[in-house]
Design a protein around this ligand. Structure first.
Ligand SMILES: Cc1cc2nc3c(=O)[nH]c(=O)nc-3n(C[C@H](O)[C@H](O)[C@H](O)COP(=O)(O)OP(=O)(O)OC[C@H]3O[C@@H](n4cnc5c(N)ncnc54)[C@H](O)[C@@H]3O)c2cc1C
Length: 387
């Protein structure tokens, strides 16, 4: 007998989430699905039990997102709210921050967005200029962000800023919890050409005044010893690895959905004597897409296991590779699925054409294909740094 890659619990979780996803399907009502998944404990499966979560890890949260995606109803905010924000707060937040946020993030009744990208920095996050200035006991934030997902539906956004004295030096990030209706915190929806439930926003932070408690981890003198002002880089890495792993899960789920639709079509559609799936020109690219998605999942599982074991450094390389492999596999799978359906691939009725743009998101965000190749060239292969 072969040893399964996943435990019995993992396979049971997959089956249960898949059943939920199948019940909701492609034409699901997003809010109803989010609420139901929250009630069932799926949204906070990675968060600590002491704060209402499931006490498992990013491995399990990735299973949830992948299976919902494979059923045609991915929840993009899973990447952001419990995976980035929940992990950062669980690992680095003060006791008060954990109590205030984790139970709501875990059951899905509260949502947190994540804002790092800036218009003038883009892929180079060392160039972010959103600045946090101390004013008495408060912090005052000024800057701009772009492409931030779900700010309208999130109770708060975790904003990556830098302290004023570090503006020109090496990136010394600080993470702040900014409630949606804080004065000076303005958002403008971006007219994206993606068929998705979650909107992206351009944000302006105009002298946004926040209390000291808004800084993740509290000030440097905080009792935890992991003061937010100095621990920002660690906090950021704690959030960025889950983000890459979850983007991989998002891409693998979408790719599986596309391949399954194409396979079902190719088995039925007959224009000569046999179904089109009998032609190797149709069958082989679908088989390749399936193999690529399976391989990407293996890398994602490796990254998730390393992260859950506390190996942030090892997880960093694996999470980048998993995100790369999954995004590329997803883009190719969707392309081949659309092609398999011929003209129907471009109709709304069959629902695949809109995935062409959606699949590209995983290639661009949260870190682009080229930046991962830069990272692997430099960090893994030891080639000269090119950026
Ligand atoms: C749907 C969607 C949702 C998003 N949600 C969020 C969110 O919730 N929060 C958030 O903070 N951000 C979010 N983003 C932003 C996303 O992370 C950025 O778009 C991404 O990091 C790329 O930055 P950029 O768009 O500025 O591209 P740029 O940095 O301008 O890059 C443009 C192109 O140049 C290439 N390039 C840049 N530098 C190099 C180099 N040195 N070598 C080779 N090629 C290079 C890139 O690979 C890319 O192809 C989202 C984006 C999208 C599309």
């Amino acid at each position: 007998m072969t040893t399964p890659v996943e435990s019995e619990e993992h396979r049971a979780l997959r089956a249960a989430v898949s059943a939920l996803g199948t019940r909701h399907g492609r034409d699901h009502d997003h809010r109803t699905l989010w609420a139901e998944a929250g009630e069932l404990g799926y949204l906070g499966v990675n968060l600590p039990e002491a704060y209402g979560g499931g006490g498992a890890g990013i491995t399990e949260l990735a299973i949830v997102l992948e299976e919902l995606g494979a059923a045609g109803c991915p929840l993009l905010m899973l990447v952001v709210s419990p995976a980035i924000c929940g992990n950062v707060i669980a690992r680095f937040g003060t006791e008060a921050q954990k109590r205030a946020w984790l139970p709501g993030l875990a059951d899905g009744t509260r949502l947190m967005a994540f804002g790092i990208t800036e218009p003038d920095a883009g892929s180079n996050s060392h160039r972010i200029t959103t600045t946090a200035r101390r004013d008495g006991g408060d912090w005052v934030l000024t800057g701009r962000k772009v492409f931030i997902s779900g700010v309208d539906i999130a109770d708060a956004t975790l904003i990556v800023a830098r302290t004023e004295d570090a503006r020109t030096g090496k990136l010394k990030p600080c993470l702040f919890i900014v409630p949606r209706d804080t004065p000076g915190f303005r958002r403008r929806p971006i007219d994206m050409d993606i068929a998705a439930h979650e909107k992206q926003f351009e944000l302006t932070l105009d002298e946004v005044r926040l209390p000291a408690e808004a800084l993740v981890g509290g000030g440097p003198s905080h009792a935890s010893g992991s003061g937010g002002e100095d621990a920002g880089l660690l906090q950021l890495f704690a959030g960025l690895n889950p983000e890459r792993i979850m983007t991989a899960a998002f891409a693998i789920g979408m790719g599986r959905y596309a391949v399954a639709r194409a396979v079902a079509y190719a088995r039925e559609r007959t224009v000569w004597q046999t179904p089109i799936g009998a032609h190797q020109a149709i069958a082989h690219p679908l088989a390749q897409a399936h193999i690529d998605l399976e391989l990407a999942r293996l890398m994602m599982q490796k990254a998730a296991r390393l992260y859950d074991a506390g190996d942030d450094l090892g997880a960093g390389e694996a999470a980048n590779m998993a995100k790369y492999a999954a995004a590329e596999a997803c883009v190719r799978a969707v392309d081949q699925a659309v092609h398999t359906l011929g003209g129907n691939g471009l109709t709304r009725e069959f629902g695949l054409a809109s995935l062409v743009t959606a699949a590209r998101v995983a290639r661009i965000a949260p870190v682009s294909r080229e930046m991962i190749l830069n990272y692997v060239s430099h960090q893994s292969l030891g080639l000269p740094k090119s950026y």
